[in-house]
Design a protein. Structure first.
Length: 263
């Protein structure tokens, strides 16, 4: 969807700008001057603007020249990219699902009662999404022995932690909802979470027994099915991991939850 592409490009530009700022800050003060002829350039280091010529840079000091050249390049790129980031922010703001909602709310109450709205608020959308039923997983009900803060039963303590984290962050989710990787074939995803702002589902798979070979085979099977269905790791699906030697630590993944499900 167009809005998803805008967010992806914004994230990419932010990453580039972060590196640009790092290159500018780490470079020495001053500028690089290139003299000589095209086939045999001579490099000079101007430490301040008052220096017209600068100090000759020896071959042994080429690292200084590289940093100064990188800084100049970074400064030019920043001038180029910053307006693009502002433009994307403006487009995202204009491309707001709730803009139609503001039109609806501006109408007199009697008119609001007479119309069929074209959109709904984030809260209404989330409530409708949560209220949409799906076939519950009836396999191995004896393993559903751990209760989440939301009141549902899950299959492991780590899944309790994930569910409670999503609840704490205010992220709507469904447990073991079917994922159809073809029109007729599906398997159960541990969690299907909703990015309300983007009106987009993101899947969360917890891989809790990676020390077992047959379990790893299952992981690679699911990974392939998700990929074949067009899902992108780190964008449409989140995998969390643990094994006997590395217990589950949700703090490792909380930033990913926030980035993919709250922005």
């Amino acid at each position: 969807m167009f809005i998803d592409e805008l967010w992806a490009e914004r994230t990419r530009l932010e990453r580039v700008l972060k590196q640009i700022d790092k290159d500018i800050e780490s470079a020495p003060p001053g500028t690089l001057r290139v003299g000589g002829v095209k086939k045999k350039p001579i490099l000079y280091y101007r430490k301040n603007p008052s220096e017209r010529l600068g100090t000759y840079i020896k071959k042994s000091d080429l690292d200084v020249a590289r940093k100064l050249a990188q800084k100049n390049y970074a400064q030019r790129c920043k001038l180029n990219l910053s307006p693009k980031l502002d433009l994307i922010d403006a487009l995202i703001k204009d491309y707001d699902y709730n803009s139609l909602l503001s039109v609806q709310k501006s109408l007199p109450e009697i008119r609001q009662k007479l119309i069929a709205p074209y959109t709904m608020s984030d809260e209404e959308y989330a409530q409708n999404w949560l209220a949409t039923s799906y076939d519950q997983n009836t396999d191995y009900p004896e393993n559903l022995i751990f209760k989440t803060a939301n009141g549902e039963l899950v299959r492991s303590k780590s899944e309790v932690i994930i569910a409670n984290t999503l609840l704490r962050l205010g992220i709507p989710y469904k447990y073991e909802m079917p994922f159809y990787y073809t029109k007729a074939q599906s398997f159960r995803t541990d969690f299907t979470a909703l990015n309300v702002k983007k009106r987009k589902q993101v899947y969360i798979e917890h891989c809790g027994r990676m020390h077992k070979e047959n379990y790893r085979d299952s992981f690679f099977y699911k990974l392939k099915k998700y990929s074949n269905a067009g899902l992108v790791l780190g964008k449409d699906i989140i995998f969390t991991f643990e094994d006997e030697d590395h217990p589950f630590d949700v703090s490792v993944y909380e930033k990913t939850f926030r980035d993919l499900l709250l922005k």
